[in-house]
Design a protein around this ligand. Structure first.
Ligand code: BG6
Length: 472
């Protein structure tokens, strides 16, 4: 439980993310007894959104009713909602907001944290950050900032220098909610607490790696946003690369923010610059008819790519990454394919090995997830015949509880206790944009794919050959 009181200032309080994730997240933390002894929440948006505290409290109630994963307990909600207020604020004048912050902090104990959460559209990042600096609000506050962190190297650098004009790096929490998923943290446990895995976590034993995050949802009314972003910027350069970081980094010295970011950044530095030769873009049939989408749009709703990491650990091992909207299924799967031993001795001994399949470690990152190991075994019977077999570990069956905190909740809690292990630093993000620069400046044309499929056939065949996607 956080030991210091906290004031949350939620920028973009009327937006989608606040409604779906942040407001329910704060309430769930409250129900779970994980909020500080006392806290306040100020919602803020630009002045053109007409709103008052009472209306905002109703909005909060609606958000919980529509998107909360727990029933609203009316009694506790009435206490929770008394801690919430709303202040409209335009970047040209943050004085009223500043007064509200002072007034709210006066009600909290000495040393209470001020947490400024920017859940706002990317073009508003720099103006809001500059206004926070100019008004003095930034002083001694923590800044939480949502992706996308820029749209290329130059804009990421601009954003980072704007942040550093007003905040010390230690007060900045660049949030990527995938890092709050139980399964991503479990990669640390799996790799660094087990003698079975870590010694073979390299090119001697591993043949290929897949990070596969297909989604069934379409762009669903987010056409205007998506047209500026596309799947590579929305998902790959952010979530998939961060998962890749945890999966492939060298062992960090410690499991704290500084060491983890250092290990991830040196991995990202070893990434070979990504060009269109290793990438397939797709666009689902029907995308062009969505509101806000240009009739001749070349924006990708699907990406499959092959990433090479030119370091000692991973030389020659392809990392296949795939994600897309309107696909056949919604999963978060990591697959490590192990090199197969020479099966010739089965062959020369006249024994059947025709059903041999790859050894795989498959991590299902759903909450609560599972881990599967696929291997070869002897089929019971008089002859030495091989058959594939599988070991399964399921978190729910083993621990008898579902996840306790949803990704955003876990990360908001980390901000309150000042734990930066799961947040990203400027250098790592800039390194990823640098590696992506050739692709961004010369992207492939998206190929068509049917809704409900696994993407364009080229991604299922040419790119992944001689392997196959675990999901196909
Ligand atoms: C968001 C992307 O960051 O992550 C969305 O903007 C995507 O496009 C979402 O759907 C996926 O998150 P999750 O946790 O639902 O897999």
């Amino acid at each position: 439980v956080p030991t210091t009181d906290a004031l949350f200032v939620l920028f973009g309080a009327m937006g989608d993310l606040a409604k779906r994730k942040l407001i329910p997240g704060l309430y769930h933390l409250y129900l779970a007894g994980l909020m500080p002894k006392d806290f306040r929440i100020i919602g803020t948006s630009p002045t053109e959104i007409k709103m008052e505290t009472q209306l905002f409290q109703t909005h909060v109630h609606e958000s919980l009713a529509n998107f909360g994963r727990k029933e609203i307990e009316e009694e506790s909600f009435s206490i929770f909602s008394k801690k919430i207020s709303y202040i409209p604020a335009d970047t040209t004048d943050f004085s009223k907001l500043q007064e509200a912050i002072h007034a709210n902090k006066a009600a909290l104990s000495e040393g209470a944290k001020t947490i400024l959460y920017l859940a706002i559209p990317p073009p508003a990042f720099i103006p809001v950050i500059d206004a926070l600096g100019a008004s003095g609000i930034a002083k001694e506050a923590q800044l939480v900032i949502e992706k996308p962190f820029g749209s290329d190297l130059a804009t990421a650098k601009e954003l980072n220098s704007a942040i550093h004009r007003s905040f010390d790096e230690e007060s900045v929490y660049r949030i990527d909610h995938f890092l709050g998923k139980e399964a991503v943290q479990n990669i640390l446990a799996l790799r660094f607490a087990n003698g079975i895995f870590e010694p073979s976590w390299n090119h001697d034993s591993i043949d290929y790696v897949q990070i596969d995050i297909p989604e069934t949802l379409t762009i669903e009314g987010r056409g205007a946003f998506y047209e500026k972003t596309g799947a590579f910027r929305d998902m790959v350069v952010t979530h998939l690369f961060q998962v890749l970081g945890f999966l492939a980094m060298d062992p960090p010295e410690r499991l704290d923010g500084i060491s983890l970011n250092k290990a991830k950044t040196s991995l990202f530095k070893a990434m070979r610059p990504i060009t269109k030769d290793d990438v397939i873009y797709g666009q689902y049939a029907g995308y062009l008819d969505q509101p806000g989408v240009a009739p001749n749009s070349c924006v990708e709703t699907f990406v499959a790519c092959r990433i090479w990491i030119d370091n000692d650990r991973w030389a020659g091992v392809p990392f296949y990454l795939r994600t897309g909207k309107a696909m056949a299924t919604g999963r978060w799967l990591l697959t490590l394919g192990f090199k197969v031993p020479d099966l010739n001795r089965f062959h020369t001994s006249g024994l059947s090995n025709e059903h041999s399949s790859p050894n795989e470690l498959v991590i299902d990152m759903a909450d609560p997830g599972s881990i599967e190991i696929n291997f070869m075994t002897k089929k019971p019977g008089p002859s030495l015949t091989l058959a594939s077999a599988s070991l399964n570990f399921n978190f729910l069956d083993n621990f008898n509880v579902a996840y306790e905190l949803e990704a955003y909740e876990r990360l908001i809690h980390d901000v309150m206790i000042g734990d930066r292990a799961l947040f990203n630093e400027a250098e790592g993000i800039e390194t990823l944009w640098e590696a992506s620069a050739p692709l961004i400046s010369d992207p492939p044309r998206p190929l068509a794919y049917e809704q409900g499929s696994y993407g364009p056939p080229e991604a299922l065949e040419t790119l992944i050959s001689p392997y196959r996607w675990y999901l196909h």
